[in-house]
Design a protein around this ligand. Sequence first.
Ligand code: RP5
Length: 171
Amino acid sequence: MANSQPKVGILMGSDSDLEVMRETEKRLDSFGVAYETHIMSAHRTPERAAEYAATAAQRGLEAIICGAGAAAHLAGAIAANTTLPVIGIPIDSSSLKGLDALLATVQMPAGIPVATMAIGKAGAANAGIFAAQIVGRKDPAVAAKLVQFKKEMAAGVEARDRKLQSEKRKG
Ligand code: RP5
């Protein structure tokens, strides 16, 4: 879905974040949500990041996902320049293992919200699901895939529980 008209923008501060951010792409692919992925930084390319955010809505994006590590200002800097929902993923790329990025991303002052996910790959996966939930409000095909996803997840847990119970019975 990376080549259709994008509905979600995925941004990351560095190509060193790519392995984590692939989890976001995988989730959006699974829900059939088109996206574009770019490397840009609040610190290293501040003008480009501001321009991207300022033009995102008119280009048809419905949400922007930002992954960044260390003193992670990307999500906040993007949120400062758009009224689209912005989702932040703290990346565990520094010696503080993402705690620095978590605090930098989540502790936005009142007025500039960033929907902050968990640190690392779990957060990247959840960002993809969360963005699909935003897109799914207007796109019934995406909404149907989200319903199916939850059903399959529940069925998987129940199957593992049945296996556990039958192993216990066998002793
Ligand atoms: C952040 O600094 C990036 O998001 C990355 O997580 C971290 C380190 O970047 P590199 O020095 O690997 O480019 O801006």
